[in-house]
Design a protein around this ligand. Structure first.
Ligand SMILES: NC(=O)c1ccc[n+]([C@@H]2O[C@H](COP(=O)([O-])OP(=O)(O)OC[C@H]3O[C@@H](n4cnc5c(N)ncnc54)[C@H](O)[C@@H]3O)[C@@H](O)[C@H]2O)c1
Length: 269
C-alpha cells in the first residue's frame, strides 16, 4: 500500500504557498516524494515555515511569483515551473482570501458591507481557482494524467456561527463575510464540473475542505470553536497532510468530484 501513496516522480504546484497552510501542503508533498513549486503574490512575505522548508529542500522546492487573478501572471509562473521542474501532475489550488476577525477598522453592518470586499473574495477564491485550473489542468488533459485538489472550507457546507466572535470588542460587531462561504461552496461545485469534464481524460479533481486550523486566534474563539467540534479541538496543520497525499496520489485513483471534509466532524453536528 505504501507505494500507492508515493508521489515520487510527481511535479506539484501549490498556490498561495507561503502563508499559513501552504508550507504544510508543500511539506506533505515533499515527504511523499514529489518536487514542488510554490506560487504566491510578488508582495507576499514568506512565512518562517516556508523559509525553513526552502532551506531543508533546496533541491526539490522552488518558489515563483504568481497572482492567480491574472492570466498572464499564471502563464508566466507555469512557464517557470516547466523550465525548472517539468510538466505539473498535481495542482493544489490553495490561494485564498478570508477576512481576519481582528480587522476592527473595516467592520461594517451587513447592509453596508462593501460590494468590493465581496467581489475580491469571489475573484481570488473562485475565479482565481478557475484560471489556475484552466491553465494547469489543460496541460494535464493534454498528457492524460493529473490530480487537482481545490482547497475548500467547512463554510462551503455550513454558515459560520457568528457567536464565535461575539466576545470581540468594538462598536460594530464582527461578522464573517457571506462571500467567503459562498465562494468556497462555488469551488465545491466547480470541482464537480471539472471532475466530470476531465474524468475520461485521466485528470481527477477533488475538494479538500479543512475545518478551522489552530493558529493565532484568541483563546475565547478557540474554546468556543473546539466545543462545537465532535473531536473536541481545532485542526492542527498536520491533520491535513494525510488527506492531501491521499487525494494527490494513486491511493485515490477511483475518487473524483469528491469533497473530503477534514473538520473533526463539525458538519456532522
Ligand atoms: N486556516 C484555516 O483555518 C482554513 C480553514 C479552511 C480553509 N482554509 C483555506 O485554506 C487556504 C489557505 O489558507 P491560509 O490559512 O493558509 O491563509 P493565508 O492567508 O495564511 O495564506 C493564503 C495565501 O494565499 C496568497 N494569495 C492571496 N491572494 C492571492 C492571489 N491573488 N494569487 C496568489 N496567491 C494569493 C497569500 O499571499 C497567502 O500567502 C485558503 O484557501 C483558505 O480559504 C483555511
Amino acid at each position: 500500500m505504501n507505494d500507492a501513496f508515493s508521489l515520487s516522480g510527481e511535479v506539484a504546484i501549490v498556490t498561495g504557498a507561503t502563508g499559513l497552510l501552504g508550507p504544510m501542503w508543500a511539506e506533505a508533498l515533499l515527504e511523499a516524494g514529489a518536487v514542488v513549486a510554490g506560487l504566491d503574490l510578488p508582495a507576499a512575505r514568506p512565512s518562517a515555515a516556508w523559509a525553513a522548508l526552502e532551506q531543508g529542500h533546496a533541491d526539490r522546492l522552488f518558489r515563483t511569483e504568481c497572482d492567480i487573478t491574472d492570466r498572464t501572471s499564471i502563464e508566466r509562473a507555469v512557464a517557470a515551473v516547466l523550465e525548472r521542474l517539468g510538466e505539473p501532475t498535481v495542482l493544489v489550488n490553495n490561494a485564498g482570501v478570508d477576512q481576519p476577525p481582528d480587522a476592527a477598522g473595516r467592520r461594517s453592518p451587513i447592509d453596508q458591507l462593501p460590494v468590493e470586499q465581496f467581489q475580491r473574495m469571489v475573484d481570488v477564491n473562485l475565479v482565481g481557482t478557475f484560471q489556475m485550473t484552466q491553465v494547469v489542468g489543460g496541460r494535464m488533459v493534454a498528457r492524460g494524467r493529473g490530480s487537482i485538489i481545490n482547497v475548500g472550507s467547512l463554510y462551503a457546507s455550513v454558515s459560520p456561527d457568528q457567536r464565535f466572535y461575539d466576545h470581540l470588542p468594538g462598536d460594530v460587531p464582527f461578522l464573517k463575510s457571506p462571500a467567503y462561504g459562498a465562494s468556497k461552496a462555488a469551488v465545491v461545485n466547480m470541482t464537480k464540473y471539472f471532475a466530470t469534464l476531465w474524468g475520461a481524460a485521466g485528470v481527477r479533481v477533488n475538494t479538500l475542505s479543512p475545518g478551522g486550523v489552530e493558529a493565532a486566534q484568541d483563546a475565547a474563539f478557540k474554546r468556543k470553536f473546539a466545543a462545537r467540534v465532535p473531536l473536541g479541538r481545532m485542526a492542527a496543520p498536520a491533520d491535513l497532510k494525510g488527506p492531501l497525499v491521499f487525494l494527490a496520489s494513486r491511493a485515490s485513483a477511483y475518487v473524483t468530484g469528491h469533497e473530503l471534509r477534514v473538520e473533526g466532524g463539525f458538519t456532522a453536528w
